[in-house]
Design a protein around this ligand. Structure first.
Ligand code: BT5
Length: 303
């Protein structure tokens, strides 16, 4: 069905070796999960592509998103981008649903159909590996501005203290040169609810504002802003976008819990430095933390 075709219940039951009524039950289960599946007695089952799906994404940019690879369903758009890293810089890989969406450090990312933006941008910057790190901060900034949310360092976007957007950046590099980087952006736009284990820290734009948004327009806005910041960054480093980033970053000025080498200590989020590192203050003084080394959680709630 993901190819846009019609599949009869009979064909599914034959291919899967299950009864027609089991097919029907499974289809209904998928519908409950948000898959829009239409059925007609003559033609069978067919997937309906929502009006605001990213299949017709067309941002006003120079190169980000000018090339689009969209599929109804894939494991992870980051994996798709890595698999097709021969495509031109700026190519966006997007899907309506991810069956194995990924977060950082092997965590999973819930990516049901209908309400989310699941997309990855393929980049080929002429930068060294450490210089690529702030690219992920630029993506967080672009998303936070488009969603009118706050940034929880390094790049979660939160609204009312809960996470609406996460970013996963992966790269292939040699010591001195980056072959490519993939910036994966996941946004809960119109997701109506979350499973119990995510309820207290995840939310969607629609839940927080009470208004559903057109996902395609929002994705275009994010990509347009991202291209702008990415260009600034490749010329001037993180310093070129630091002021905008600090303005949105709610980790500054708060007490934070620093989880490092398995133990948690309290500190004060003092600033974001010229390289994008978080500057903290504790009883040992002032020092900068790089995103790869620690995880920062606010003491009061998720933020
Ligand atoms: C992230 O990881 O926040 C990065 C998420 C990146 C997702 C995009 S979607 C397009 C591209 N393709 C992919 O496969 N990935 C990228 P992290 O900071 O590790 O947060 C993961 C944690 O957030 C999980 O362990 C859950 O607790 C929680 N979580 C999972 N799904 C969520 C969701 N939809 N919304 C909010 N939180 C979620």
């Amino acid at each position: 069905m993901a190819d846009g075709g019609c599949v009869s219940g009979e064909e599914m039951s034959r291919c899967l070796g299950i009864t027609r009524s089991a097919v029907w039950k499974n289809i209904n289960e998928l519908r409950r999960e948000g898959w829009q599946i239409e059925s007609s007695t003559k033609r069978g089952y067919m997937l309906k592509i929502p009006e605001d799906a990213l299949s017709r994404l067309s941002p006003s940019t120079e190169f980000v998103g000018r090339n689009l690879v969209w599929t109804y369903s894939c494991e992870s758009t980051n994996s798709e981008a890595k698999r097709r890293s021969d495509m031109p810089e700026g190519t966006v890989f997007a899907a309506e649903v991810q069956t194995a969406g990924r977060g950082r450090l092997g965590r999973s990312w819930l990516s049901p159909p209908g309400g989310g933006i699941w997309m990855s941008v393929l980049l080929k910057p002429e930068l060294t590996p450490p210089e690529v790190v702030p690219v992920t901060l630029a993506a967080g900034l672009a998303a936070a501005e488009s969603l009118e949310g706050d940034i929880k360092w390094p790049n979660d976007v939160v609204i009312n203290g809960k996470k609406v957007c996460g970013i996963l950046t992966e790269m292939s590099a040699e010591m001195e040169r980056v072959n490519y980087a993939v910036v994966g952006i996941g946004v809960n736009v119109n997701t109506p609810d979350f499973p119990p284990e995510l309820c207290d820290k995840a939310t969607s734009v629609a839940i927080e504002t009470g208004v559903s948004k057109n996902r395609r327009k929002l994705a275009e806005e994010i990509l347009e802003r991202f291209e702008l910041y990415y260009k600034k960054l490749t010329k001037g480093g993180f310093a070129a976008i630091r002021e905008e980033y600090r303005r949105r970053c709610i980790t500054i000025g708060r007490e934070v819990a620093v989880i490092e080498h398995g133990s948690t200590t309290r500190a004060f989020g003092a600033d974001i430095d010229e390289s994008g590192a978080l500057v903290i203050e504790d009883e040992h003084g002032r020092r900068a933390l790089n995103s790869g080394e620690v995880s920062v959680r606010g003491i009061y709630g998720y933020v």
